[in-house]
Design a protein. Structure first.
Length: 193
């Protein structure tokens, strides 16, 4: 009875330890550049340690009254495509709007698990997402993980935090701006004569 209890406790400890190791994987957003008309957000992963990422499937929720999806570039701007470490192309990728304010990102590597394990970085940018700014204010980006798997096909767990983006929409000039400038110019010209 004592041996079974010890074995059970050891099993629980091993399961808890494996969950802690997986929980070290972090997915996070980072604003890269912003203008009055557009914003670029990087989606990165870190803490892979001994694991290599083989596939992911995420839903990104955003406020469609503040932001409009404009495009995505898969891969890290410095390290290259870390799910295509041999740069052979052919990975399955998708970026689709599922509903207003819901963007689905998917990528699956065709590289060999050993190559990913050996050549993939521990931390890298998965994709850079571009949004057009529709109106000023604050918009929160939420990341929902549909699937995350290692190069060997084993499921991975990760933590993800939302990002609050403060957008500043372009302020349009009034319709009468240029006629007013012309009027001031005429008045100044007449004063000199």
């Amino acid at each position: 009875m004592i041996k079974q209890l010890k074995a059970g406790l050891a099993g629980i400890a091993l399961c808890a330890a494996s969950g802690v190791a997986d929980a070290a994987i972090d997915l996070h957003f980072a604003p890269l550049s912003q203008t009055a008309d557009a914003i670029e957000i990087g989606l990165s992963i870190s803490g892979l340690a001994d694991d290599a990422l083989g596939t992911y499937d995420f839903n990104i929720q955003f406020d469609p009254t503040h932001l409009a999806f404009a495009g995505v570039a898969f891969g890290d701007p410095v390290l290259g495509k870390q799910l295509d470490v041999l740069n052979l192309g052919g990975n399955s990728v998708a970026a689709d709007l599922l509903a207003p304010g819901v963007l689905n990102l998917f990528e699956s590597s065709l590289d060999d698990a050993a190559d990913l394990q050996t050549l993939q970085a521990d931390s890298f940018t998965l994709a850079i997402i571009r949004f057009n700014v529709l109106s000023g204010g604050s918009s929160e980006l939420d990341l929902l993980i549909n699937g995350l798997a290692s190069a060997g096909g084993d499921g991975l767990s990760a933590s993800a935090a939302p990002l609050s983006v403060n957008t500043v929409a372009a302020v349009p000039l009034p319709r009468m701006f240029w006629p007013m400038v012309g009027g001031f110019w005429v008045v100044l010209k007449r004063r000199r004569v």
